[in-house]
Design a protein around this ligand. Structure first.
Ligand code: BG6
Length: 498
């Protein structure tokens, strides 16, 4: 049997994501020889573009966002793969044109990946219009002697605005596509260091025996960004940090940390375990949440002057299962913070009995395993060591830095991995329908409580460049915990973190 040609149709090819990420990722995979042979990339948009306009656009995108790997001869081989098709997303009649364009490429016998890089309000239109023309149907007409053809759809976040809209979107998706054809993106899962959480846990034996409530005191996930709302107020002011970051990226990192070992590294086995973690989350008490807004947010262009949208959130969450019962998972994320860093810090319990003289702080520090997702990707293990020629201990760091350990390898962009996995039919790093709903089930009551419950903690202001409101520190103080950070640049802003 021969392989069928493959067509990737990028809806929203004129947009920012396609320019910054999708086109460079496809090109990078192309020069690494990882794309299927006979691949065509069809840009879909509502502008009056021609193939030549798209090719210019792609060229510019590579020069701007893939300059280090740009190569004139590779581009000459890449450009003939590109073409453009005009579609007005809400108008069903314009999809006939797209269908004709795609059929003309291969007589309708290709595999197809539909990539929705468009505003979420158009998801339903596109899905239904593809369905109406039978464009989601698989297996139909493989050429004689060819493998059956497949159809897949990649859907960007946000997937829904809350539980109800996510469920309704899932229903629309499933009215046209089988779940096995659906690839919901969370780009954090494409990050090398996020994937490495699985390798670290399940390709080693030393961590798993201590990966539980008997040895771990608390787990912290910090996703701090220095950028503010920038030009994205139109989207952000109606979303806020819970929908933009916590519902997806932070809960995904938490799932990877907290899940049971899957029986295989395949999409179902992996996602079954992640879903179980989310389903075991105890309802978060509003008193265990902090919401913040950076000073100046309300004067950003496009933000309502009386906006109550949080740009920072911190919360304490528990997972009610045998492994994690009563161990706090602290999550925090914010914009306009002191330093860009994404890290997971696992703090272990203190030794039950001290036989040495104590440190200046009066106790041993907790051992901490830090998984630095970005930047300065790596893993750090903080241990207590004897200070030479003294009888007291000091915390020292056993460090792994990707840039030293993997000198010959580049860290590919998350989209490079994800787009390739979707082409290859590997959904392990994509979010399943039930998983997305389980995540909404955790964050919805918090968002609703903040909006309407008089007992909810009030919004706190915080200065740009800080680590968020003081209330986020108090949240941990109550348990005698403290936010800890690792792998920061030397001159980092520090308001009490150790
Ligand atoms: C996106 C959010 O999903 O993730 C953005 O919409 C955020 O608001 C971005 O800035 C962060 O991604 P990264 O890869 O820069 O950490």
């Amino acid at each position: 049997m021969t392989d069928n040609p493959t067509v990737i149709a990028i809806f929203g090819v004129t947009g920012d994501l396609a320019r910054r990420k999708l086109i460079p990722s496809l090109y990078s995979n192309f020069i690494k020889g990882r794309l299927p042979e006979r691949l065509r990339i069809v840009g879909v948009g509502r502008r009056e573009w021609t193939d030549a306009t798209l090719i210019d656009h792609a060229h510019q995108s590579l020069l701007n966002y893939a300059a280090p790997i740009y190569d004139e001869r590779a581009w000459d081989r890449f450009r003939p793969m590109l073409s453009y098709s005009k579609v007005n997303l809400p108008q069903p009649e314009t999809y006939r044109n797209l269908k004709d364009d795609l059929d003309a490429l291969d007589g309708g016998c290709s595999n197809r990946l539909y990539y929705l890089s468009i505003a979420p309000e158009f998801y339903q239109d596109v899905i239904c219009n593809l369905g109406a023309l039978g464009m989601a149907r698989e297996n139909g007409r493989g050429r004689a002697g060819s493998a059956p053809t497949w159809r897949r759809i990649v859907i960007e976040k946000p997937f829904g605005y809350n539980m109800e809209t996510a469920q309704s979107l899932n229903r629309v998706v499933h009215s046209v596509f089988d779940e096995s054809q659906v690839y919901r993106i969370d780009h954090y899962l494409g990050k090398e260091t996020a994937q490495n959480i699985l390798f670290m846990r399940f390709a080693n034996t030393i961590f798993e025996p201590v990966w539980n409530r008997s040895h771990i005191s608390n787990v912290q996930v910090t996703v701090a960004e220095t950028v503010d709302v920038g030009t994205r107020a139109g989207y952000y002011d109606s979303s806020g940090v819970m929908r933009d970051m916590v519902q997806n990226h932070l809960l995904q990192l938490l799932s990877l940390i907290a899940m049971e070992p899957p029986s295989a590294f395949d999409a179902d086995a992996l996602r079954n375990e992640k879903v179980k973690v989310l389903q075991a989350a105890r309802a978060v008490k509003l008193q265990d949440t902090v919401r913040g807004q950076y000073i100046g947010y309300r004067s950003a262009e496009g933000v309502a002057p009386d906006s109550s949208t949080p740009t920072f959130a911190a919360l304490k969450l528990f997972i009610d299962n045998w492994r994690w019962k009563d161990i706090p998972f602290y999550l925090r994320s914010g914009k306009a913070m002191g330093q860009k860093t994404t890290q997971v810090n696992i703090q272990f319990k203190r030794p039950p009995n001290s036989i040495f003289e104590l440190t200046e702080t009066g106790d041993y520090s907790r051992n901490m395993l830090s998984i630095c997702i970005q930047p300065d990707e790596g893993i750090h293990l903080t241990i207590e060591a004897k200070i030479p020629d003294q009888q007291i201990a000091k915390s020292v760091d056993m460090e792994l830095h990707y840039e030293n350990a993997f000198v010959a390898e580049d860290l590919p962009d998350a989209y490079e991995r994800l787009i390739l996995d979707a082409i290859n039919g590997d959904a392990a790093l994509f979010i399943r329908g039930d998983e997305i709903e389980s995540a909404w089930k955790i964050v919805d009551p918090i968002i609703e409580g903040w909006a309407s419950d008089a007992s909810a903690p009030p919004m706190q202001c915080y200065k740009s460049g800080s680590w968020g409101p003081a209330a986020a520190d108090e949240l941990l103080d109550r348990e005698e915990h403290i936010w800890r950070l690792s792998c920061l640049h030397q001159n980092s802003v520090n308001n009490g973190d150790v």
